[in-house]
Design a protein around this ligand. Structure first.
Ligand code: HEM
Length: 499
C-alpha cells in the first residue's frame, strides 16, 4: 500500500518541480531564484514582502525571476526597471492582477475578461462620478453616513482600527459608487462588506494557481461572488423598473444608457478597488494620527481654520438623514460637526489642506504594501531595466523598493509627513505612476479627508495594546499582509473618547 501511495506522490512532486524550474531561453532573461529555500508557491502569496526581499538577497540582483508553477514571474526593482514597468503599454495591469492576485470577484464578461470598450466605458463613468458637481453633492451624504457610524461607537471605548475604519469607508464607498437603496440600508451594507471579506479570506494560493479546481475556498469565493451579484443586480432592477430617480451613481449610469451588466460590473469591480485600499489607508491614517499627537494637533488646527473660513457656527446645509432614520429632533454633537464640515466646499477640501495632504501621502508611503502585477500581453519580450520579460510572463514591482528605501526616505519606518518629497522619478507611487494611475484618486482623497476630519475633531484618541495599556510606540505596518497591512497579532487598538 505504501508503495502504491508513494508512486503517485513522487510523480506529482517531479511534475511540480519540472513546472517550477526556470529554463533560460533568452540570454537577456534575468537570473532565476535558486529553488529549495522556501515554498515559492505559498510564500509569494502569504509572506510576499519577505519572499521578494529574500529573492533579492539570494540572487544578489535587482531583477530576478522565479516560477509560480508554469508562470514565469520577473521581480523588478531599481530606477531603470521601475521606469520601464510603469511606462510600458505592453505590460497589462488587469491581466496581471487577475492571474496573480485573484482577490476580485470573477464573473467573466461582468467583472473580468472585459473587452476594451467595456473597460473604457467603466473608466469614463468613474471619471463622471468624480466630477466636481457630483462630488460636491456627495460630501454631505458622506459626512452623514460617517457620522451615523461614528455615533454607533458610543461616547468612549477601545476599538480595532483595522476593522472599524474599513467598515466606515466601505459605507462611504457604497454611497459613492452604488446607490441610495443599498447605502441607506445598514444591514445590506454590512452583508456586502462581509461578502467582500469572504472573497479576501477565500483567496488562497490554491484558488489563484488552480482557478479551475473546485476547492472549498474556490466554492466559497463563487458563492460570495454570486451573492454580491444578487444584491447589486436586484438594486439595479428595482431602480430601472420602478424608480424613483435618485441623485447617485446608479442613476448616472442608467441615465447614460448603460446596460445592466456594465452597471453591475462597474459597481462590483470598483467597490473592491476602492474599498480595500481606502479601508487600509483610513485605518493606518487614523492610527498614525493617534500615535503622533503633534500631527493630530496640526491636522485639527488646519480643520478649525477651514471651518472658520467656510462654516458658520450654525450649519447652513445640514446633511439630511434618509426619511426612515430621521428621528432625533435636536442633532447630537457629531451631527453638528458633520453639518459644519459639509459647508466647506470641495475646492477647499482639495486645495487648502496641505497638512492632510502630507499626512495622507506619508500614510500611503508607509502602509500600502502594494505590489504592481503585470502580464506581458504582447507577442514580443518586453525589456524592463535591461532584462527580458517573455510574452505571457509576468512582471511584478514591490512598492517597498521605493517607499521603504533608506536612500530615498532616510529612516524609512519613521512616520514623518514633513519629510521632503524625493526628486527621483517614481520615488512616490502611492497612486500609481506612468501608464497606470489610480482612476479613483479624487474620490478616495475626498472620502479620506472627510472621515479624518470627523474623527480628529470628534474624538480624543490614544493607541493601546490588547489590555488597554497605552503604547509608547506604534507597531510597524505589516507589509506581509498584502491586502490590509494589519500589524502582527492584533497588537494595536485605539482608545477613544468623544471630544
Ligand atoms: C486610498 C485609496 C486608494 C489607493 C491608495 C489607490 C491606489 C491605486 C494604485 C497604486 C493603483 C495602481 C496600481 C498598480 O500600478 O499596480 C490604482 C489603480 C486603480 N485604482 Fe486606485 N486606489 C485607491 C482608491 C481607489 C478607488 C476609490 C477607486 C474607484 C472608485 C480606485 C480605482 C482604481 C482603478 C480603476 C485602477 C486601475 C487603473 C488602470 O487600470 O490603469 N482606486 N489605485
Amino acid at each position: 500500500l505504501k508503495v502504491a501511495l508513494a508512486i503517485p506522490s513522487t510523480v506529482f512532486c517531479l511534475w511540480l518541480s519540472l513546472l517550477t524550474t526556470c529554463k533560460d531561453d533568452d540570454p537577456d532573461e534575468p537570473m532565476s531564484l535558486p529553488t529549495g529555500h522556501f515554498s515559492i508557491n505559498t510564500s509569494f502569496f502569504r509572506t510576499r514582502y519577505d519572499f521578494i526581499n529574500r529573492g533579492f538577497e539570494l540572487t544578489g540582483q535587482s531583477i530576478y525571476k522565479f516560477k509560480l508553477l508554469r508562470k514565469t514571474v520577473v521581480v523588478v526593482s531599481g530606477a531603470p526597471g521601475r521606469a520601464d514597468l510603469f511606462n510600458s503599454r505592453d505590460l497589462d495591469l488587469t491581466a496581471g492582477f487577475k492571474a496573480l492576485s485573484g482577490a476580485i470577484p470573477m464573473l467573466p464578461g461582468v467583472t473580468t475578461d472585459l473587452d476594451p470598450k467595456q473597460t473604457a466605458t467603466i473608466h469614463r463613468r468613474l471619471a463622471t462620478a468624480q466630477n466636481s458637481d457630483h462630488l460636491e453633492r456627495l460630501i454631505p451624504k458622506l459626512l452623514f453616513d460617517s457620522c451615523r457610524i461614528l455615533e454607533s461607537w458610543g461616547e468612549s471605548g477601545v476599538l480595532d482600527p483595522f476593522t472599524k475604519l474599513p467598515e466606515l469607508t466601505f459605507q462611504t464607498n457604497v454611497r459613492s459608487l452604488a446607490c441610495a437603496e443599498i447605502a441607506d440600508n445598514a444591514a445590506t451594507v454590512a452583508h456586502l462588506k462581509q461578502l467582500y471579506d469572504t472573497l479576501d479570506a477565500a483567496t488562497t494560493p490554491t484558488s489563484v494557481l488552480f482557478p479551475w479546481l473546485p476547492s472549498p475556498s474556490a466554492i466559497r469565493r463563487l458563492l460570495a461572488t454570486k451573492k454580491i451579484y444578487d444584491v447589486i443586480s436586484a438594486a439595479v432592477d428595482v431602480r430601472s423598473q420602478c424608480g424613483p430617480a435618485q441623485d447617485d451613481t446608479l442613476q448616472l449610469l442608467l441615465d447614460s444608457g448603460d446596460d445592466k451588466m456594465t452597471i453591475v460590473g462597474f459597481t462590483m469591480g470598483l467597490l473592491i478597488a476602492g474599498a480595500r485600499s481606502t479601508g487600509t489607508t483610513s485605518s493606518w491614517l487614523i492610527t498614525f494620527l493617534a500615535g503622533h499627537r503633534q500631527w493630530k494637533d496640526r491636522t485639527a488646527r488646519e480643520l478649525h481654520q477651514l471651518l472658520a473660513e467656510h462654516a458658520l457656527s450654525t450649519a447652513p446645509s445640514t446633511p439630511r438623514a434618509p426619511a426612515h432614520t430621521a428621528r432625533s429632533p435636536s442633532p447630537p454633537p457629531l451631527a453638528d460637526l458633520a453639518a459644519r464640515l459639509a459647508a466647506v466646499p470641495l475646492a477647499a477640501w482639495e486645495a487648502h489642506t496641505p497638512v492632510l495632504d502630507a499626512v495622507l501621502r506619508e500614510t500611503l508611503r508607509l502602509a500600502q504594501p502594494h505590489t504592481a502585477l503585470r502580464q506581458n500581453c504582447s507577442a514580443a519580450p518586453v525589456r524592463v531595466g535591461g532584462a527580458a520579460v517573455p510574452p505571457g510572463a509576468f512582471a511584478v514591482f514591490p512598492f517597498s523598493d521605493v517607499h521603504l528605501s533608506a536612500a530615498l526616505y532616510p529612516d524609512p519606518w519613521r512616520f514623518d509627513p514633513a519629510r521632503p518629497a524625493s526628486k527621483m522619478p517614481f520615488a512616490f507611487v502611492g497612486w500609481g505612476a506612468g501608464a497606470t494611475v489610480c482612476l479613483g484618486q479624487r474620490l478616495a482623497r475626498v472620502q479620506l479627508k472627510l472621515v479624518t476630519a470627523l474623527v480628529v475633531l470628534g474624538f480624543d484618541l490614544a493607541p493601546v495594546d490588547r489590555a488597554g495599556r497605552e503604547l509608547a510606540e506604534l507597531p510597524r505596518p505589516n507589509w506581509n499582509d498584502a491586502l490590509a497591512c494589519r500589524p502582527a497579532d492584533g497588537s494595536c487598538f485605539l482608545r477613544y473618547e468623544r471630544a
